[in-house]
Design a protein around this ligand. Structure first.
Ligand SMILES: Cc1cc2nc3c(=O)[nH]c(=O)nc-3n(C[C@H](O)[C@H](O)[C@H](O)COP(=O)(O)OP(=O)(O)OC[C@H]3O[C@@H](n4cnc5c(N)ncnc54)[C@H](O)[C@@H]3O)c2cc1C
Length: 454
């Protein structure tokens, strides 16, 4: 089905050969650029999207389709950085992003997008107390529907002793990621946006009221430019791409696993772990789609087939050795502060990038903020002003990122092993489960926004 879409998309591929005048020129046709295009076009602007390769060439065409609220930066860190009130505002925006995806990812608008409900975040360590306060915070302070899952419930659906408690998001969901991306392109075209592929932008002049955009075969003039090129932006504003640390994430899908899959995984939605190491779900009824290793240098995805195979074996030994049918990877742009870059850099020059691992809801949110900023003069995008552009350190930064990432993963693995060991001698488990159940009951009974009990 994916191939069919791609064939159709490549048949429609158009390069830009003649000069053009538009209201908004968007550089990059990934999730970010296409969402800005769709929303600006729906508000009535004339749009040209310029894509150096083709739609879905990079991360946006290789994501797993999990849509949930929030950002790459953990909510506790966000509160520490900008305070509770600003975090609530940012969180609410991220939920609007989720709702935008839901509203557009319908079978009517995007045939085959196959939206299904429910995402489970599992803990690699036995942190039941932290989970309870997280649950209360999400439910009460951030008005997000969540359910705490006890260890037994998690392990009933994911038959591994690697995971402990879980936070279940009933309103989060998953879609066919590529169908969603190509669906966005189609909706943007239908709304009047023109998308040109194989049309790299090699230079911009953003100083005047009417800005100039240079491609190898044509020039454009536009009142607004939106930079949505992620880590690949390059020449048009190299300083901006240097504020992103490129991280390549790899994913694979297994061959059909038959009846043995039920011995390991029966949860139907996406599963992500609390350290961001693994992210997986069942696809096509009995295969696993699995994202795991990361590097700070581009490598051939095929090199990671055995790493993903091993990872699946470690988590679910009952599956035995699984055969991998396909492997792929994409570069995500990680900012130093972990939050996306959204806003107006100078009059008429906008940025939408740095979406990291959580790009579906955040690009949708960025599209809305930027479209309304451009066309209605709305300033909600300023909620992202505290997250300035910070140089990511070039190649040295990549190396540091790799070392820090590897250390983080190593220490999580160690913490996980210790947790499993401690599990055998745990004496307060029952007490904790009771508190968790109580917190769930209280969260369910309390109207949203009402103060937590003293
Ligand atoms: C394996 C994997 C799994 C993931 N799973 C999920 C998931 O389940 N849920 C989720 O929310 N997120 C997920 N993500 C993250 C998500 O894919 C990214 O956050 C998102 O795709 C970023 O979109 P983007 O438009 O900013 O970047 P990109 O997809 O990189 O698009 C940028 C585009 O701009 C073009 N471009 C750059 N420079 C120029 C130029 N000068 N001229 C013209 N064109 C240019 C590039 O060719 C590219 O096509 C995943 C990522 C990976 C790699």
């Amino acid at each position: 089905m994916i191939e069919g879409l791609e064939v159709a998309a490549s048949r429609e591929r158009t390069r830009l050969y003649s000069d053009l005048d538009v209201d908004v020129c968007i550089i990059g046709a990934g999730l970010a650029g296409l969402t800005v295009a769709l929303q600006c076009a729906r508000l009535g602007a004339s749009i040209a999207v310029l894509e150096g390769r083709h739609i879905g060439w990079n991360a946006s065409g290789h994501q797993l389709g999990t849509v949930m609220p929030g950002f790459g930066l953990p909510i506790g860190d966000l509160i520490e950085r900008v305070g509770i009130q600003a975090t609530r505002e940012l969180w609410a925006l991220s939920k609007e992003g989720v709702e935008f995806v839901r509203a557009n990812a319908t079978e009517e608008l995007m045939p085959g997008v196959a939206l299904s409900e429910g995402v489970l975040e599992v803990s690699n360590v036995d942190a039941g107390d932290q989970l309870i306060s997280r649950l209360q915070m999400l439910g009460e302070d951030f008005e997000t529907e969540v359910e705490g899952w006890e260890v037994d419930r998690v392990r009933d659906r994911l038959k591994t002793d690697r995971y402990f408690h879980g936070v279940y998001y009933p309103k989060a969901f998953q879609v066919d990621g590529r169908k969603y991306l190509f669906g966005l392109a189609q909706l943007a075209r239908r709304a009047g946006a023109r998308i040109f592929e194989e049309t790299p932008v090699v230079n911009i002049d953003s100083s005047g009221i009417r800005k100039r955009i240079v491609t190898p075969s044509a020039r454009l003039r536009a009142t607004h430019i939106v930079l949505a090129g992620n880590v690949h932006l390059g020449a048009p504003l190299r300083r901006l791409s240097e504020t992103l640390l490129p991280v390549w994430r790899y994913a694979a899908v297994t061959m059909p696993l038959g009846d043995r899959l039920a011995e390991a995984v029966t949860f139907k939605g996406s599963v992500i772990d609390s350290d961001g190491i693994d992210h997986f779900r069942i696809v096509d009824g009995n295969r696993l789609m699995w994202a795991s290793p990361e590097t700070t240098w581009a490598m051939r995805p095929q090199r990671f087939a055995s790493a993903i195979q091993r990872r699946i074996g470690t988590l679910f030994p009952k599956l035995g050795t699984v055969e991998i049918s396909d492997v792929w990877g994409g570069a995500i742009g990680q900012t130093v502060h972990g939050m996306p870059q959204i806003g107006e850099l100078r009059k008429g020059l906008w940025v939408a990038s740095g979406f990291g691992r959580q790009g579906l809801n955040t690009t949708a949110m960025a599209g809305q903020l930027i479209a309304r900023g451009i066309l209605w003069g709305e300033e909600r995008w300023k909620a992202f002003s505290p997250f300035e552009l910070v140089w990511a350190g070039g190649p040295a930064g990549r190396l540091a990122g790799y070392v820090v990432g590897a250390w983080g993963r190593g220490s999580s693995a160690l913490a996980g092993a210790l947790a499993r060991h401690r599990e055998h001698t745990r004496i307060d488990e029952q007490l904790r489960e009771e508190r968790l159940a109580k917190a769930n009951r209280q969260a369910a009974a309390r109207p949203p926004g009402s103060p937590p009990p003293a």
